[in-house]
Design a protein around this ligand. Structure first.
Ligand code: F1P
Length: 345
């Protein structure tokens, strides 16, 4: 069957989350030691493609919960504009995410950071990779590696490692507890996401993915999944940014998907109402807070998690939506056109 690997990897991902949590708990003291050895003024998260997008969410949550400056940049920016990434005379820690641990730009970024005396930590599914050996500390997702080309369970489990890192450094017990609930909740979410997305957006010619804060990296990943697997036109924006120009392209045939955040939920709901009026088909994913967006498809998770932890549970919807649109178009999600699982320069 076309896409059998990807389908299995989307379905199996909660088990990879549990394995990542268990592994992280064993490595937690080593994390603390690394931060103590060279306390950073700023933590820079990096990666390429999906690994960059998960870095966006991890950095957003890391800064919010630890109070320590954090940002995400693509690994290529470290190679091309290092002075725009690293502040002179400040102390940095580089957190490099890579499923394979062999992507050239990411390896070069870690080497460039090491040459500057910057400590490096990697998030990877490949414990024996060059990246894992080069970094000062490697945090692994032991079951994250896919057989399929596209990143699904590696994305969500590496993101989870990034969030666990944030919880560990902040000592935020509430966030830690929420993250530990994800494998059990994820099993339920996968069962909802797969049938629900099967017939959504079949006629859509372009997709708009919207997410703020922790959901912004998720929106970018949703855009990438739709592009890689289904070869459909897709864009990602911060929700309220969408009114500042991109809205001009909305017309019937546009599907707008919001990964809803509790922060600013009323503003997001108003935007989705406008997009609906302008001709888009709207899908809103949220928890069960009050401001209902009156979307064409409303998905209420009802999990009672913070925006940060809930962002992980939006991923199976984004992945499954792209999966079904690919299968529906006669494409094979396991073998996306022009794509290899690792980019080597
Ligand atoms: C990440 C990546 C993927 C992309 C493609 C090529 O690699 O850019 O995001 O979908 O498959 O590789 P990695 O550094 O995480 O292994």
């Amino acid at each position: 069957m076309r896409g059998a690997l990807t389908l299995r990897e989307i379905s199996d991902q909660p088990a990879t989350w549990l394995a990542a949590i268990e592994r992280f708990e064993r490595d937690a003291l080593r994390v603390d030691r690394l931060f103590k050895k060279q306390p950073p003024d700023e933590v820079v998260f990096t990666g390429c493609g999906s690994s960059y997008y998960l870095s966006m969410t991890a950095a957003s949550v890391f800064q919010a919960v630890t109070g320590l400056r954090a940002k995400a940049v693509p690994a290529s920016e470290i190679l091309q504009f290092p002075e725009s990434v690293f502040v002179q005379d400040a102390s940095h820690l580089l957190v490099a995410a890579s499923r394979s641990g062999t992507t050239t730009e990411t390896l070069r970024a870690v080497r460039a950071a090491s040459r500057r005396g910057i400590s490096t930590l990697c998030l990877t599914c490949a414990a024996q990779s060059l990246l894992a050996r080069q970094a000062d500390l490697a945090l692994c997702s032991p079951k994250g590696a896919e057989r399929s080309v596209v990143m699904t369970k590696s994305f969500s489990s590496l993101l989870l490692l990034g969030l666990l890192l944030a919880a560990q450094r902040s000592g935020d017990e509430g966030l830690r507890r929420e993250l530990r609930r994800l494998p059990a909740l994820g099993r339920r979410i996968v069962k909802i996401a797969l049938p629900l997305t099967r017939d959504i957006g079949t006629a859509a010619s372009r997709f708009v993915f919207l997410g703020a804060g922790p959901a912004h990296g998720v929106a970018w990943e949703a855009m990438l999944k739709m592009t890689e697997m289904a070869q459909r036109m897709a864009v990602a924006y911060h929700p309220l940014e969408f009114r500042h120009g991109p809205v001009a392209a909305v017309e019937p045939g546009t599907m707008a998907v919001l990964f809803g955040m509790r922060a600013g939920a009323a503003m997001e709901a108003a935007l989705m109402r406008d997009l609906h009026t302008q001709g888009a088909t709207t899908v809103v994913l949220r928890d069960d807070w009050e401001s209902v967006a009156e979307a064409d498809v409303n998905v209420t998770l009802g999990v009672g998690l913070s925006d940060a932890a809930r962002s992980v549970l939006y991923l199976p919807f984004a992945q499954a939506l792209a999966y079904w649109r690919a299968v529906g178009a006669g494409l094979d999600p396991d073998r996306p056109r022009h794509l290899t699982s690792v980019v080597r320069l």
